[in-house]
Design a protein around this ligand. Structure first.
Ligand code: NHW
Ligand code: EN5
Length: 388
């Protein structure tokens, strides 16, 4: 049934979902000298390449592949449109390995036809610190689908991760594979309801007119919490402290150093937005929130070509109520002209979604671990990890 996944160190459905399981690595690490030294074989017309993400010409090729062939919704109406700036940010965190940015080219034309990436990350799993790879941006050109190329690419990235003495990985997908550790739902908050309805992203609710819908989703012209401002470099130590304190309660959560917080959370225009609440008297940073920018191409639309979407990233509310913090971040996204604000039902997000007029989407996100077995499945609210 799962010809490839059957052969991999992941949980399998036959393992018995209800039985007590041991928690930890499935396969023990091999000696590095035993790891295959040469890349896996591709079909003879194709060759491996490393995609240097600092190179503009190569990034244009990666962008062209992904913007035409990456993830679509179930009805093929929208396709993720990760920008070059975003991909550069996502792929070069502290300690990244250039050769984990893997491409496949046609030998004759040198055209880039497939891509997969890994980045290193330290992840807490039920309190244990595990060195992992985060795998993302697996993409095969539409004309090369269903030829069993994906298993070769996954084995090749696995080999390169093993060469760095890393034996676990985490990834998310919209499809069900063996076996999700958790299944989450996307929620959407309309910011520009007229456009969302025009392009088929959402519908006019029964007994609602357009003008009543616009009014329903209306937001104030400025944020409400005193001391709300964009995060700056000087905030990195305080934000790191807030995140470490908050994330320690989740079963799965990143272990953020100051270097990683500075890299991932300092604002970058059209990539990542982060805000803090600085107490006006004490100047203490009490709360933090962030989103990343991931537009989608509208596949067949007359009037519009792109949907501008913000995705909730990391938040910590210690003093300001979370719902108030999230209302302010919605206001910021609206002021910056986003069409929709998306969030998953992870961490404590359930507590504000309905209140702030988010509605459930038709997409799910499944979280996976490679070569790590959990003794029990995890609830979305036990997840403290967001993958891009
Ligand atoms: S999820 C987004 C994945 N990308 C897309 O959906 C883009 C559009 N689709 C495509 O480009 C975020 C193709 O359909 C892809 C499959 C490339 C998806 N993950 O080549 P074949 C990520 O990037 C299995 C894993 O014939 P294809 C996370 C499928 O079950 N496996 O299919 C990536 C089957 O195996 P089975 C997936 O349609 C995580 C086999 O691939 C998958 O031409 C990667 C069929 O291959 C998916 N999303 O290409 C794993 N989709 O056993 C990392 C399909 O069922 C693991 N498959 O026969 C960890 C590695 C590191 C370890 C380190 C220690
Ligand atoms: C790797 N890091 O399905 C991630 N998106 O709900 C890769 N639906 O946008 C895996 N189908 O519900 C990603 N509108 C998996 C997700 C793939 C993309 C996807 C879903 C998530 C989505 C929209 C559009 C649906 C179009 C028809 C949706 C309803 C919005 C409505 C707004 C008003 C209140 C109720 C909800």
């Amino acid at each position: 049934w799962h010809m490839f996944w059957e052969t991999q160190p992941v949980r399998h459905y036959k393992d018995g979902e209800n039985q007590e399981q041991m928690e930890g690595a499935i396969d023990v690490p091999q000696p590095i000298s035993d790891i295959k030294q040469e890349p896996y074989n591709l079909p003879s017309n194709y060759e491996w390449c490393v995609c240097d993400v600092t190179n503009d010409r190569i990034m244009k090729e990666v962008y062209a592949l992904l913007s035409n062939n990456y993830v679509e919704d179930d009805d093929n109406m929208f396709r993720f449109d990760y920008s070059v700036q975003f991909l550069r940010w996502a792929l070069q965190p502290p300690g990244y390995f250039p050769d984990w940015h893997i491409g496949v080219r046609a030998k004759a034309s040198k055209k880039l036809v497939a891509f997969i990436t890994g980045i290193p990350a330290r992840v807490h799993v039920r309190g244990k610190l595990v060195f992992m790879a985060e795998i993302n941006f697996l993409c095969i050109h539409k004309k090369l689908r269903a030829k069993r190329l994906a298993p070769v690419m996954i084995k090749e990235v696995t080999r390169r991760v093993h060469l760095e003495n890393i034996w676990q990985a985490t990834y998310t997908a919209g499809v069900v594979l063996p076996v999700p550790i958790a299944t989450c739902q996307y929620w959407h908050r309309s910011l520009n309801p007229k456009k969302l309805i025009d392009v088929g992203f959402s519908r006019l609710a029964p007994r609602m007119t357009m003008s009543r819908t616009v009014k329903l989703y209306h937001l104030p012209k400025e944020t409400l919490t005193p001391g709300f401002r964009a995060m700056e470099k000087q905030d990195v130590p305080a934000v790191t402290q807030l995140l470490q304190g908050y994330l320690s309660q989740f079963v799965i959560a990143p272990d953020f150093s100051e270097a990683v917080v500075e890299y991932l959370l300092l604002p970058i225009k059209n990539v990542v937005n982060s805000y803090v609440i600085e107490n006006p008297e004490s100047h203490i940073i009490t709360d933090f929130c962030s989103f990343y920018t991931l537009p989608s191409t509208i596949i067949d639309s007359m009037n519009h070509t792109q949907l501008k979407a913000a995705y909730l990233y990391y938040n910590v509310a210690t003093v300001t109520p979370l719902v108030q913090l999230m209302n302010d971040i919605l206001i910021m996204a609206k002021l910056s002209n986003y069409d929709v604000f998306n969030a998953l039902d992870i961490m404590h997000n359930e507590s504000f979604l309905k209140n702030l007029k988010f509605g459930p989407g038709d997409g799910h996100l499944h979280y996976y671990l490679y070569n790590y077995s959990l003794s029990a499945p995890v609830k979305p609210l036990e997840l403290g990890l967001v993958l891009l």
